[in-house]
Design a protein around this ligand. Structure first.
Ligand SMILES: [Zn+2]
Length: 379
């Protein structure tokens, strides 16, 4: 299902054929649709940004609208009117958010539902079940992501539990009969998630144990949660160097453009982040100057687009001055137009990275603007 077109250990180009038949190219950037919506834009606008896949949250989807509703609707893609690829996180990352009051043991996790306030138990097996019922293309296993402040002992315990749960997840997906997924869809691909904090030996051991399970792909989790950036990349390299070349590698929750470039150079194929959408809703727009606040002096009454030469619908039709006005007037269209641009910016970045890998050596220290220039010159 994953075909490498160029590269192996370092920067690579690939093609991932998903169970739904959708083909996505790697490197791939996925906007986040936690509650089955990429905030502020609809799936038609989303497709026009060049987005090929999205990621949803399995636990929250299971609670609302519920797995049975999603199965009856033909799966998440059909339910939300999205024709591209659908990845789903387990919801395990919620462990480190205080409001969910997670209680974890080897058997299960109990989390507080943000909808009803009641405690709900999930297990590695139930997560696989609801990925199937939701008809997603790729389901992430339930993993145990320790908070940044964890002790070495806690990190070791969470890595052990992550491997135990991954093994149970693979046993579950293999035992489920055909017909578990909606409309006769194939079962989802199941990706493991490496843990182990920033301790190289823990990271390596957890990664090697997961590889032995023969999973369909591998997420690199538990990083970018507050640690020093050099620790992040050292741990990332420790993970990717042990992952099989012929399986996709997914660095979860990374969207800062320069981090994405550096991660690609270390052999990462897939990314997701709320970075472009959250920034857009908070008046922070991506340009060649980095992130610009719409309140700044360069915006009011300015007739130029957000970013010159950008080919997104917002930049083609609307000015900086209009976006500034919409935010000031608190019009919902402000978030929509800003989100369209920020996501397109990320997809231009990915297009530029793909073109540079295709044409020659690609360095992790390549500047963001140089990558953008390549993408814009290919328009
Ligand atoms: Zn634009």
């Amino acid at each position: 299902m994953f075909e490498l077109i160029k590269g192996d250990e370092g920067p690579r180009l690939g093609k991932l054929t998903l169970p739904s038949g959708t083909v996505v190219r790697t490197p791939l950037f996925m906007p986040v649709a936690t509650k089955l919506s990429v905030k502020a834009i609809d799936p038609i606008q989303l497709a026009l940004t060049g987005t090929e896949a999205i990621i949803t949250n399995g636990f929250l989807s299971h609670l609302e609208p519920g797995s049975a509703v999603l199965k009856d609707a033909g799966g998440i893609g059909r339910f939300m009117g999205w024709g591209g690829g659908v990845f789903s996180d387990s919801g395990g990352f919620q462990f480190i958010r205080k409001g969910f009051d997670a209680v974890v043991n080897d058997k299960e996790v109990r989390l507080r539902s943000p909808f009803s306030g009641e405690k709900v138990a999930i297990t590695p097996e139930s997560v696989v079940d609801f990925h199937c019922m939701h008809g997603v293309d790729v389901g992430m296993v339930l993993d145990h992501c320790p908070p940044f402040s964890s002790t070495a002992e806690q990190i070791m315990d969470s890595a052990r539990r992550t491997v135990l749960w991954a093994r149970r997840s693979m046993e579950r997906i293999r035992s489920l009969p055909e017909g578990t997924c909606p409309d006769g869809k194939e079962k989802p691909m199941i990706f493991g998630i490496t843990q182990g904090g920033t301790d190289p030996s823990q990271r390596s051991e957890c990664t090697s144990d997961l590889v032995r399970l023969g999973m369909d792909g591998y997420g690199i989790g538990g990083l970018s949660i507050g640690e020093d950036k050099e620790d992040t990349f050292r741990s990332l390299a420790a993970s990717t160097s042990l992952l099989p070349i012929d399986k996709p590698r997914y660095f979860m929750g990374v969207g800062e453009p320069s981090d994405l470039i550096r991660s690609v150079s270390l052999g990462v194929d897939i990314f997701d982040s709320v970075f472009p959408t959250r920034n857009a809703r908070h008046r922070s727009l991506f340009t060649r100057q980095g992130r610009e606040n719409v309140r700044g002096p360069a915006w009011k009454g300015n007739s130029l687009p957000i970013m010159e030469r950008c080919d997104c619908m917002t930049c083609k039709k609307f000015s900086r001055g209009y976006i500034h006005h919409l935010f000031k007037a608190e019009e919902p269209l402000a978030a929509t137009l800003s989100t369209i641009h920020n996501i397109r910016y990320m997809q231009l970045l990915i297009m530029g990275i793909r073109a540079m890998i295709s044409e020659g050596p690609f360095s992790g220290s390549t500047s963001v603007n140089d990558v953008l220039d390549v993408a814009l010159s290919e328009q």
